[in-house]
Ligand binder design. Structure first.
Ligand code: SAM
Length: 611
């Protein structure tokens, strides 16, 4: 089925979910989203997104199943214990101390069924005096999934679920009620649960600690950036942000400063325009240079690392230090010559107009990244600065020109940029791999939970089957006993039958036994000889309808009498045997006894012949 949706466009289905149910999944990463949707499609045997959409339209209950599958609610109390140890030890006490007497506002997004939220509440409860818990602590716990929120509000958990809660905390903050652990009242009252979509809804504000673990990794990088900017807005200055394992890289934004990377704790960073309050370093005082410093000053100028020229008010080169002379091939005799006559006036950059500008504006003119190739082929990148020099009266008496060689710096900068890009690409890849891994992990965990449930169901069905099996076995044994009894009775019956048959056949008279409806039940050998019909030909037939040589009509009255319980006198009738010979037949009829009321169960006829 997955292969049939490969290449198919998921977007129309996402648009449909948005308009039909107001849930917008367009900000979710496609691979995981696709896997989750396909899982549902498999369950309802839909082999394309279109078919699945039609199915959703005609089975509204499927929306719930789909949302439950997409919104993976895997969570636990104190999930990832080292983070909680760190939080309890370092961050929570700091927040409580910094808040002084103010209220403490915590926001936990993607709270699922509440375990993480109550873990946080326990950490704060441990750091606050009991009397202040209700009044100072507010934990806003939000999720997009109403079902999960309902569970969280209920705050009742099984033994397995609370296993990770340290015993002392469990005793203090959870209560045993109807086979479940319920969050105790004061702690429960500090938490406010609500539906909130981190992608689309505006953030809650003035937050001291914001946790968003294992929720952002489901979103596209674009959606993640928007959410992170919202988190920055939500936090107080210096507020803390706690992210999930796979979301570490998201905190590495200029908006946040890492506090403890191992546990993914960050702090809201000051923005560049907030730096005004940072104390600035005072400008260093000018050293009171000794006035005998001319020669020292000259030496300093001469040996300075930056190439420098001084041009006087007449446009003549007054000074050129060693660096400048070497770089621009100047000789001592060039000092004193008009600058315009020297190559340096237009190479590496046209200087005359810059000098005029410095004169005109009375402040330094800076040219950045001037590229220049020396006659020996060596390339340079320079920052050139033309600064006016002021005389005692404040008049501009010349300019100082500095050529700062930025070549190494530039190369380093390029190399750094390059490495930065590589690192960013690697970060992005790592981030996405780590998110994908964590997502898959959570999916696996959720599938595992489903499998465990299925396993438990199977186990219980198995137990039922085994019980049924035992019951069947016992019924089988009972049947076997009944069968044995029946066999025994059949044997008895067969014996009785053959005994009766042998009695009947040993009689010299023809014997016929009729039931209370005068149907033939027994017909002995002699009767067969007399009337020419086999027992199987007459068995069950009405005696009065038999076509035999005996005039049965003549016997009707006697038969009725016998059936009524009388013992009629024998009747002698003229008959014809099976060969058509005339015989005289004496028929005695006797009732077959039938119990209390005296009614007969049938009659027995004895037929005695004489030629
Ligand atoms: C894997 S759980 C994480 C639970 C908890 N934070 C933890 O780490 O144990 C992810 C939660 O994010 C929620 N979620 C998914 N999309 C969301 C959205 N757009 N806005 C808010 N919560 C969302 C899901 O409903 C689910 O409860």
């Amino acid at each position: 089925m997955a292969s049939s949706t490969r290449g198919e466009d998921l977007e129309p289905l996402l648009e449909f979910l948005k308009t039909a149910r107001g849930l917008d999944f367009t900000g979710y990463k496609r691979p995981s989203l696709q896997r989750r949707v396909e899982k549902r499609m498999q369950a309802v045997r839909a082999d394309s997104y279109d078919v699945y959409r039609t199915y959703l339209e005609s089975h509204p209950d499927e929306f719930v199943e789909l949302f439950n599958t997409i919104l993976i609610n895997v969570t636990a109390f104190f999930r990832d214990p080292p983070v909680w140890d760190y939080l309890r030890r370092e961050i929570v006490p700091q927040i409580v101390a910094e808040a002084e007497a103010d209220s403490i506002r915590v926001w936990t997004t993607g709270c699922a069924s509440g375990e993480e939220t109550y873990s946080l509440a326990m950490c704060f409860a441990e750091a606050l005096p009991e009397s202040e818990l209700g009044s100072r602590l507010k934990i806003y716990a939000t999720d997009i999934d109403e079902d999960a929120l309902a569970e969280a509000r209920h705050g009742a958990y099984t033994d397995d679920q609370v296993e990770a809660v340290p015993t002392d905390l469990r005793e203090r903050y959870l209560e045993r009620l109807d086979q479940r652990w319920t969050v105790a009242g004061p702690l429960r009252r500090a938490v406010i649960f609500g539906r909130h979509d981190v992608v689309h809804d505006p953030p809650i504000s003035r937050i001291d600690l914001l946790t968003s673990r294992n929720t952002l990794m489901y979103f596209t990088p674009d959606a993640q950036r928007r959410i992170i900017a919202n988190f920055h807005f939500a936090l107080q200055p210096g507020g803390y942000l706690l992210l999930g394992k796979a979301e570490m890289m998201l905190g590495r934004s200029p908006l946040f400063a890492p506090v403890e990377l191992k546990h993914r704790v960050f702090r809201k960073a000051l923005r560049t325009d907030d730096w005004s309050h940072v104390p600035r370093v005072r400008p260093a005082s000018q050293a009171a240079a000794a006035e005998d410093g001319w020669s020292i000053r000259d030496a300093g100028f001469e040996t300075g690392p930056v190439a420098q020229l001084i041009v006087d008010g007449d446009g003549n080169l007054s000074l050129a230090n060693l660096q400048a002379r070497t770089l621009f091939n100047l000789a001592y005799r060039d000092v004193g010559r008009p600058l315009k006559d020297l190559e340096v006036s237009f190479k590496p950059v046209e200087l005359r107009s810059q000098i005029e500008k410095a004169y005109g504006e009375r402040h330094a003119v800076a040219l950045r990244d001037v590229e220049w190739t020396q006659s020996n082929g060596q390339g340079h990148v320079m920052d050139v600065q033309v600064a006016p020099l002021f005389g005692d009266g404040g008049a501009v008496v010349g300019v100082g020109i500095s050529f700062i060689d930025m070549t190494r710096h530039k190369r380093l900068q390029e190399a750094v940029e390059h490495s930065k890009r590589d690192v960013e690409a690697a970060y992005a890849e790592l981030q996405s791999t780590s998110e994908e891994l964590e997502t898959t992990n959570e999916e696996l965990q959720s599938t595992n939970e489903e499998l465990e449930t299925t396993n438990e169901e199977l186990q219980s069905s198995n137990e039922e089957l085994e019980t049924m099996n035992e019951e069947l076995q016992s019924t089988n044994e009972e049947l076997q006993t009944i069968n044995d009894e029946l066999n025994q009775r059949t044997d008895d019956l067969n014996q009785s039958s053959s005994f009766l048959e042998s009695i009947l056949s040993s009689l010299n008279d023809g014997v016929v036994v009729l039931d209370d409806e005068l149907r033939v039940r027994a017909w002995n050998e002699r009767a067969r000889d007399l009337w020419g019909l086999l027992p199987q030909e007459v068995h069950g037939r009405h005696f009065m309808n038999l076509d035999i040589g005996l005039p049965v009509d003549r016997l009707r009255a006697s038969l009725r009498g016998a059936l009524a319980g009388d013992s009629p006198a024998a009747v002698v009738v003229e008959a014809k045997d099976r060969r058509g010979r005339a015989i005289s037949c004496r028929v005695r009829i006797a009732p077959v006894s039938a119990g209390a009321e005296g009614a007969s169960r049938g009659v027995i006829l004895f037929m005695e012949t004489s030629p």
